[in-house]
Structures are given as structure tokens and as C-alpha cells.
Write a protein that binds this ligand. Structure first.
Ligand SMILES: [Zn+2]
Length: 694
């Protein structure tokens, strides 16, 4: 009997059994300190269940092995769902400390299961007779995917290699957590404090008031602070007339992760790149990129490079034209300097305002957060026949969180949706979708009844003073639609097995439902109905929509160069063999890749290596940053189907979209799913058209 394992009776029952309204956990009776005990019980309990499956004296069957595996670890699933949602949306020191402790522990736990020989031999035996088991298509795919994921996790390796792989995974988990906590700490601590009115030249009032709040929070009351949060640094670089301050702030922003001592992320990158290369070699792949891409839609690094290369040359050409225009404007102001990276946003905004007679501030009075949330609901209702019923009486983990019941056309509850829209100090920056509970039908037996998905959208909008409406930017509205698209992917899921539910799809397919949903934001019917002036209630004028439409393809060279260069550097790091990876100098390597690309001097990568969180704060988008563009090819082509039909809400196309894309989870191969929806695979043409690069 292992020591120090708390008894099940010590686990707060509110974590194990969700008794709150609408099937939510009863958050009011959960304390942050309860999680440590819950995990201490849940991990060994899960392992005991796994051992029971592995040592079952009966012959392996799909039910006693695969289905049993799918359902194992209920307490761990529940505790993890609550804990990791809190870690992102409502954190504190207790939660952060446990996060650091848990990441290597969970890695060890995962390795112990995936490298369990007795368990794998049952899965392997089933896989060998897969075609004669009489499985339906979905079960057949779950067996195939399970087998693959065990092999990809080292189930087939000899014991020495397994021990080495487990050690690599554990070390990578710790390095990833340290990488992201370093960036968070730098973002929290940095402030460029502005003292005089000359320092604020050019800044709009809305920015000045958020800079005043930021200064107050950092102990500089009465002053103004430029911080590294995107909502402050981006508008500062855009509007500040002070070139010297723009340069200082810009260098601090792109230099995140290059700090000294413990906060320097560069040594972590070297170690991670080497460990990933070693991991891929252990598993028999040429490089980590080959390993990562093997189970994606793109399949090989060559396919990724081919797409990125096609768009890169066009984007670079466009960026050169944009830079020439900015130079002219600088000269016209009587200045005599090249376009530097800290000049780009500033002069491109001036160019845009002049050329299209349009600026963001004109649209803002028409974009009320509440109306834009309604617009996203309305779009989903029209496309998919679902409705949203708000429950004001239901409180979840924070008073600001709104709770909705989602009903299908027959009035049946299909999901619970939580909208957590406002920024607060306990919340990570950014916007994301996550879930407390995934849809599946396995636990409910053969009656076809689903476990109800409980899905969240978490955002960081600033609250307005009492009595005033919350106005957002077009970018914010796009983010709202994007995350709601992910939410729909989770809520409309209609599969049997948990492991392929909702967003559990290939990384380069998962941005399709989200990026596709963004297209409906700018559909005229939607804007005319929901983009209404907060004071007069008047719909957004057509002239303003026209100007906005005309300006849409502006500055796309810049945006694509930033994105693609990051994606290519990500691929380059993860294409190294272990020997080269061990000797890599991250900054010199990055510079070398960019030089070979002939990166424009006035543009920098969207994410410099030491702060490239997508790639280094976890495994998520490593050798995978390209995914946004891969999904971009799909979403541009997918929306084209509605354009061709001449109706953005065409019923027949919407029905196919729901069936094959939003509801099918990972039950189909993504290529097959796309072809079932669209009749063919896409070419990059629609993407190039959308980006104005055709
Ligand atoms: Zn997304």
C-alpha cells in the first residue's frame, strides 16, 4: 500500500459528483486546497482501473478494453476539468503552485498508462483483428486512433527506451510550464511609465484611460503606463507620435523571454528542441516535425513548407509595396529615416485613414458587446436551428459568468454554454474555448442519450463604467465569433466515444469551425441587424460598411509575413536532428532562417522564439503553428460554398456543415469529412483571394 495517498473519503464530493444546477459542479462548496487531495486520490485510482483492464483474464474485446479505457478515470477527468479551467480563468498562488507540481506528475501518469505492456498487447491484438470484429465505422476509427496514439507514445519501445522517453516527456512538461510562467512574470512586471503630456502625443482617450489604470495597478498612481498586454502595446505603437518611446516599448515587447538569469527562456528553448529531436529519434522519425505531422491533415513537413512557401512569396512582395508606401509618408512628414519595425503600425494606420477615409473609432459606437453576443447566437440559431436560453439564477465559478441552456429544434437540451467575457486579475490574457464536460454517449449505454457538453468561452473585454454600454473593436468581435465557433464544435458534437468528441480532432483541422464562423460576422444581414448605434439605435450606415470592406485587404502583406515567418521558424527548429539541436544557438538560428527567407527589415516575427508560447509553453502547436493557415485554406473555401449558393444561410449547405464538420468530432478522417461537406478538397485559391494576395 503506497504511503501518503489520501483516502477517497477525504476528497471533496463536490469535485466528484456535480450536483449544481443544470448539471454544473457546485462551485460554492469547492475550495482551491481541495484539488491537491483530489489529484492525489484520482491518479492512483485511474491507474488501478487501468491495471484492472490490462489484467482482465477474459480475452480482449472492444468493450472490455477500448470502451473500458474510454470511461476510466472519471474522478481524474472531473478534477482536471475544474482545475485547469480555474488555472486559466480564475487563478491564484495556490492554483499556480499546484500547477507547477502537477505538470511533471501528470506526464509521469500519462507515460505509465501509454507504456503499459499488458494493456497495449490487448489493444494490439484487437487492432490486428480490427476488420473482423464487426465494429461500426466510429468504433473502428476509435480503435485505430487508440492503437496509433499508444505507438506514438512509446508503447512499442523496449524498456530502456521507454524509461528514456518518459524522462524526456517529464522534463519537457516542466520546461514548458517554466517557459510560460517566465513570460507571464515579465508581462506582469514591465511598465514604461509616461510622465508628461508630450509623452502622450497622439494617444486616443480610451488608451490613455487604460494606461492610467495600468499605472495605478503597478504603483504609479496619477501616471500612465505602457504595458506589454496586447490591448495596450498595439494601440500605443499605432498612435504614439513619439518615435523614441515607440522604439523603447517595441524592443521590450519583442524581447520578452530574453531576460537575464532565471527568466531567460533561451536555454529552455535549446533544451526543449534537443529533447524533442531525441524523442522523435527514439520513436523512429527523421525529426520532431515528421513525428508531429504524421497524424495531421498536412501529414509531412514538405506539405507544410509547400503551402507556407506559396503564400510567403506573394506576402513578401505585397509587404515590399506596403513598406514603400510607408516610406513615402515618412518623407512627406519631412523625416529622414527608414521604416523600422516600431514605425510600421503607426504609419500604416495613417495610410489607411488617408486612403480609405476610415478609422476604427468610427465603427466602435456600433459594436456593443451585448449585441455582438446576440449576433453570434443568432447566426448559430439560423444555421443550426438551436436556441439559447439564459439562466440568470444560475451562478457558476464567478459572478460575471453567464450560463445558457442550449436547445435543439425539438426543445431538447443539447448543451450548457458559459460565457465568461470580462478581464480580471485572476484571468490569463487572451481568449479561448474550453469545456467542463465533453459530449459522448458511452456512459449512457445503448439508449442513444448523450452526456451533455458543458462548454465555455473565456474572453478579456474591459468593463465599462456603470450605466454605459461596453463597446468593442472589430478585432474583438472577430475574436468573439472565433471562440464561439470553437464552442459550437464542442456543443454540436454528436459522437459515441469521449476520445473523439467535439474539438478532439487534428490540430490543423481544429481551427476550421472557429475561423469559418468568423465569416458570418461581416455578412450584411448580421451587421445591419446587430451593429446598431449604442445611443440612437440606428443601424451601421452602408457607407461605413463599404469603407470597412474596402480597407479589409489593407496591410495583409505585413500580417502574412509576420505569421508565416513564425510558422517557418517553428518548422525549422523542429526539423533539426538531435546532434544539431544540441548545439543550436536559438537567436542565431532564428536570424539565419529569416535571412534565408529574405525577411523584410521593417517586419519582425509575430512571435520571437523566446516568447513563442504556442510552440514552447507546451506541446500544443510545436511544429504546428502553420495550422492556422492550413485551416485558413479550408475555411476560406468552405465559406465559398455559401457564396456560390448566393445565401450565407443556405439550409442544405448548413445541414451538411453541421453533420460533417461541427458534429462529427474526430469520428471521420478530416479529409473525408471535408470532402463529404464540400465534394472536394480545397486549393489555396480562396485563401489567397481572401487575403488579397491572389
Ligand atoms: Zn482558435
Amino acid at each position: 500500500m503506497p504511503r501518503n495517498v489520501p483516502a477517497v473519503s477525504n476528497v471533496n464530493p463536490a469535485i466528484a459528483t456535480w450536483t449544481g444546477p443544470l448539471g454544473l459542479p457546485d462551485f460554492s462548496s469547492i475550495d482551491d486546497r481541495d484539488f491537491e487531495t483530489a489529484f492525489a486520490v484520482a491518479l492512483p485510482a485511474h491507474l488501478a482501473e487501468i491495471d484492472a483492464i490490462a489484467s482482465n483474464p477474459e480475452e480482449p474485446t472492444f468493450k472490455n478494453t477500448i470502451s473500458a479505457l474510454e470511461l476510466a478515470g472519471d474522478l481524474l477527468t472531473k478534477a482536471s476539468a475544474i482545475f485547469w479551467n480555474m488555472a486559466g480563468a480564475n487563478t491564484n498562488d495556490t492554483v499556480q503552485k499546484l500547477e507547477r507540481k502537477l505538470s511533471p506528475e501528470l506526464s509521469r501518469h500519462h507515460s505509465a498508462i501509454m507504456m503499459n505492456r499488458a494493456l497495449f498487447s490487448r489493444i494490439d491484438a484487437l487492432d490486428q483483428q480490427r476488420k473482423s470484429l464487426g465494429l461500426d465505422a466510429e468504433a473502428d476509427r476509435v480503435l485505430e486512433l487508440t492503437w496509433k496514439s499508444f505507438v506514438r507514445s512509446g508503447a512499442n519501445l523496449n524498456e530502456t527506451d521507454q524509461i528514456q522517453l518518459a524522462a524526456i516527456n517529464e522534463r519537457l512538461a516542466t520546461l514548458g510550464t517554466t517557459f510560460s510562467q517566465n513570460i507571464l512574470a515579465e508581462e506582469r512586471d514591465y511598465a514604461l511609465v509616461l510622465e508628461t503630456s508630450e509623452d502622450m502625443a497622439g494617444l486616443p482617450d480610451t488608451l490613455i484611460s487604460s494606461m492610467s489604470v495600468a499605472a495605478g495597478e503597478r504603483g504609479h498612481r496619477g501616471k500612465h503606463a505602457v504595458t506589454l498586454s496586447r490591448s495596450i502595446i498595439e494601440p500605443f505603437l499605432t498612435f504614439s507620435e513619439r518615435r523614441d518611446l515607440r522604439e523603447t516599448a517595441f524592443k521590450a515587447w519583442v524581447g520578452r523571454g530574453e531576460g537575464t538569469g532565471e527568466r531567460d527562456n533561451r536555454p529552455l528553448v535549446i533544451e526543449m528542441v534537443r529533447l524533442r529531436a531525441e524523442k522523435a529519434a527514439l520513436l523512429g522519425y527523421d525529426s520532431f516535425a515528421h513525428y508531429k505531422l504524421d497524424d495531421t491533415m498536412a501529414k509531412t513537413p514538405e506539405n507544410v513548407r509547400s503551402l507556407l512557401g506559396t503564400v510567403w512569396e506573394k506576402a513578401r512582395g505585397r509587404a515590399a509595396m506596403e513598406a514603400a508606401e510607408l516610406s513615402q509618408l515618412i518623407a512627406a512628414e519631412g523625416l529622414n529615416h527608414d521604416v523600422a519595425p516600431w514605425d510600421w503600425r503607426h504609419y500604416s494606420e495613417k495610410t489607411r485613414a488617408a486612403r480609405y477615409d476610415f478609422n476604427e473609432a468610427e465603427i466602435r459606437p456600433y459594436l456593443q458587446l451585448e449585441k455582438m453576443i446576440d449576433a453570434a447566437f443568432h447566426t448559430a440559431e439560423t444555421l443550426f436551428g438551436i436556441t439559447f436560453r439564459k439562466h440568470d439564477d444560475v451562478c457558476s465559478y464567478h459572478p460575471d459568468v453567464r450560463v445558457f441552456e442550449v436547445l435543439d429544434a425539438t426543445g431538447r437540451r443539447i448543451a450548457i454554454f458559459l460565457g465568461d467575457y470580462f478581464a480580471r486579475p485572476s484571468k490569463r490574457s487572451g481568449a479561448w474555448m474550453s469545456a467542463f464536460q465533453d459530449q459522448h454517449k458511452l456512459a449512457t449505454g445503448s439508449n442513444g442519450k448523450s452526456q451533455t457538453p458543458i462548454v465555455l468561452n473565456v474572453m478579456n473585454f474591459a468593463k465599462a463604467p456603470a450605466g454605459e454600454p461596453i463597446l468593442i473593436t472589430m478585432d474583438d468581435a472577430r475574436t468573439l465569433f472565433h471562440e464561439f465557433g470553437h464552442a459550437l464544435h464542442g456543443m454540436l458534437s454528436d459522437v459515441t466515444y469521449p476520445s473523439i468528441s467535439g474539438t478532439s480532432v487534428s490540430r490543423d483541422f481544429v481551427e476550421l469551425p472557429s475561423q469559418l464562423f468568423e465569416h458570418w460576422l461581416t455578412v450584411p444581414e448580421v451587421l445591419q441587424r446587430f451593429a446598431v448605434h449604442h445611443r440612437t439605435g440606428e443601424a451601421i450606415p452602408q457607407t461605413l460598411l463599404d469603407k470597412m470592406g474596402a480597407a479589409e485587404k489593407f496591410n495583409k502583406g505585413f500580417a502574412n509575413v509576420k505569421f508565416i515567418s513564425s510558422a517557418i521558424v517553428d518548422m525549422a527548429f523542429h526539423s533539426l536532428d538531435p546532434e544539431h539541436a544540441a548545439n543550436v544557438d536559438p537567436m542565431a538560428f532564428q536570424a539565419d532562417v529569416l535571412a534565408r527567407l529574405r525577411m523584410p527589415a521593417a517586419i519582425v516575427m509575430r512571435h520571437a522564439t523566446p516568447n513563442f508560447g504556442h510552440v514552447f509553453s507546451g506541446d500544443g502547436y510545436s511544429a504546428g503553428y502553420y495550422s492556422y493557415m492550413w485551416s485558413g485554406v479550408l475555411d476560406a473555401d468552405a465559406f465559398q460554398a455559401f457564396k456560390e449558393a448566393g445565401d450565407p444561410f443556405d439550409t442544405a449547405i448548413a445541414r451538411k456543415l453541421q453533420r460533417y464538420i461541427y458534429s462529427s468530432g474526430g469520428s471521420m478522417d478530416p479529409e473525408d469529412a471535408y470532402i463529404a461537406f464540400r465534394g472536394k478538397l480545397p486549393s489555396p485559391d480562396a485563401l489567397l483571394e481572401k487575403e488579397g494576395l491572389a
